[in-house]
Design a binder for this molecule. Structure first.
Ligand code: GLC
Ligand code: CA
Length: 553
């Protein structure tokens, strides 16, 4: 079936537990989502990506699935999901779901069966290996660490074997080399596509094919030492092709999450009519203040950010299509990272223009359009995210409590998982009941209701940008070019199409900056499309975190 044109679109990501509580138990749900669909449509986006809404013991908040064909009772029912889906479609919004098939929950019936023994129908659904013995001591099959907690292997006394878990202990990796498992995946896809879902965001999909020998990784590298042996593995293309065939029966969209996949490899998934993924979630733009993960922090580097932006823009140009994002449920809030909480409105709006006008399909994470920032909770006991808790107890354990908590504040995924700030009433209007996770105390200032009525709010700036992008052929299809790549405070990029050129100039500084037009440009014939300061902008001068967008046509 013909695919819809995702390149013209933009998406809004919902992490449901913190979005809107519709039935008053302190947990976001599909009743709450239903009531907010008009709000989402009002942003000017064209689709919604739901992070997992399936039954899950919540060891990794939904990314540990115990039933692929149902809705978590906290979030509603299949009927309620169908209602949300239909209403979204009526409003012109596509809906894509998270497809998490690298692993399941250890409470999934497949795993419960699989761990019982070596000769039942599910025994080969997961990656089981015999122990290694050193004299009397039983050792795991190799030296891999998991990304979330300790070693990547857990011993199962019933089978007298270890199972692999690249993430948390409660997330055993599926054995995708087993054709039955791949049939299950295709069946799950069909189940949701038959309901009317428009596609999938495919969770760590580039991890599903493991190196057959599972060799030891670099001994002293924690958390990701096995990465070279499970990322972009030998059979990945074949498996993706199988899933693609199902998606294409429905014209469904496929976006693959691909941590650490280099551009060159990315192109093999993304190019041409035979592509196996329509877009990819790369991680380079998430590393302008850290190395590999937010837990290895360094001061924000604009140069690093610009390099990442430009690398992906150039490499995919004319061949493939970018997914653009600055936030999702796995990363702290971008104003707190790449902008400035002091220049909150200015940096929040500037960051929007810094990425929404690049070539690609933008994703906006719930609350990003309001300029929500990181929460700072007092103690680790208040945190819920398995990765944060593990980092606190493992990696930061030799540091003072103060330092440890500072690291959690700047790195935790929970920073982006606080309840959505709808208004300045009780619990930020998220719920009547005590919310499942603390609300950021800045909600009286940062909330949708307040920003709705302020023409200069971050919320209304996002709306303006999305509108502008949608009606401009230059912003949609134009070529990308970066100027001043070595400038440490200014990001200047151009989009050009036929006879039109648009320049976007962004200041990442608290101080006034001056800049000059690139060669071949002059101020005559220019019009200003957008600026994030009220009042008159001065060409050539940028106030703190100012962004100006100019057009020549
Ligand atoms: C992806 C998800 C993340 C999850 C992990 C394991 O990176 O985005 O939230 O913890 O995969 O499923
Ligand atoms: Ca609820």
């Amino acid at each position: 079936m013909e695919q819809f044109d995702f390149r013209r679109m933009s998406f809004y990501q919902i992490w449901i537990r913190s979005f809107a509580d519709g039935n008053g138990d302190g947990i976001g749900d599909l009743y709450g989502v239903y009531d907010k669909l008009e709000y989402i449509a009002s942003l000017g986006v064209d689709g919604i990506w739901f992070s997992p809404i399936y039954p899950s013991p919540n060891a990794d908040y939904g990314y540990d699935i115990s039933d692929y064909r149902n809705i978590h009772p906290d979030y509603g029912t299949l009927e309620q999901f169908q209602k949300v889906l239909n209403r979204a479609h009526t409003l012109g919004l596509k809906v894509i779901l998270d497809l998490v098939v690298n692993h399941t929950s250890d409470e999934h019936p497949w795993f419960l069966e699989s761990k019982k023994g070596r000769d039942n129908p599910y025994s080969d659904y997961y990656i089981w290996r015999d122990p290694k013995w050193k004299g009397e001591s039983r050792l795991p099959p190799n030296n891999w660490y998991s990304q979330f907690e300790g070693l990547a292997w857990e011993y199962c006394p019933e089978r007298e074997q270890y199972y692999l878990h690249v993430f948390a202990k409660k997330q055993p990796d599926l054995n995708m080399d087993n054709p039955k498992v791949r049939e299950e995946v295709k069946d799950i896809m069909r189940f949701w596509l038959n309901m009317g879902v428009d596609g999938f965001r495919e969770d760590v999909i580039t991890y599903i094919s493991k190196h057959p020998q599972l060799p030891d990784g670099i001994p002293f590298l924690p958390a990701i030492n096995g990465l070279p042996y499970y990322k972009d593995g030998p059979n990945l293309m074949d498996y993706l092709r199988e899933f693609r065939a199902v998606a294409m029966e429905y014209g469904a969209l496929q976006i693959g999450e691909a941590p650490m996949t280099p551009v060159k490899t990315a192109l093999t998934y993304l190019c041409g009519r035979d592509r196996v993924l329509d877009m990819m979630i790369q991680f380079d733009t998430m590393m302008a203040d850290c190395i590999m993960t937010e837990y290895v922090h360094h001061p924000f580097s604009l140069i690093k950010l610009k390099k990442a932006f430009t690398k992906w823009q150039n490499a995919l140009s004319g061949k493939a299509w970018n997914a653009l994002y600055l936030e999702n449920h796995d990363h702290p809030r971008v104003i707190s990272r790449y902008g400035s909480e002091k220049y909150w409105r200015e940096s929040g709006t500037m960051l929007a223009a810094a990425y929404l006008f690049q070539q690609g399909t933008p994703f906006i994470y719930q609350g990003q359009e309001l300029g929500m920032t990181n929460i700072r909770l007092g103690s680790i006991e208040e945190y819920q995210d398995v990765a944060s808790i593990n980092a606190y107890h493992r990696f930061f354990r030799h540091q003072s409590e103060e330092k440890r908590m500072h690291r959690i504040h700047i790195s935790s995924r929970d920073s982006a998982r606080t309840p959505m700030q709808w208004n300045s009433k009780k619990n930020a209007g998220f719920s009547e009941a005590e919310p499942w996770f603390p609300v950021n105390p800045n909600f009286p200032n940062v909330n949708a209701e307040r920003e709705e009525t302020d023409p200069h709010s971050i919320l209304n700036f996002y709306r303006k940008c999305l509108k502008l992008r949608k009606k401009s052929a230059t912003l949609l299809w134009g070529t990308y070019r970066e100027y001043l790549p070595h400038h440490r405070r200014i990001y200047l990029y151009e989009r050009s199409y036929k006879t039109e050129r648009v320049l976007i100039v962004c200041s990442f500084s608290e101080k006034e900056q001056t800049w000059k037009l690139p060669e071949g440009y002059s101020w005559s014939g220019v019009s200003m499309l957008l600026c994030n300061y009220p009042g008159k902008a001065r060409p050539g001068i940028l106030r703190p975190y100012e962004v100006q967008v100019f057009r020549w046509s």
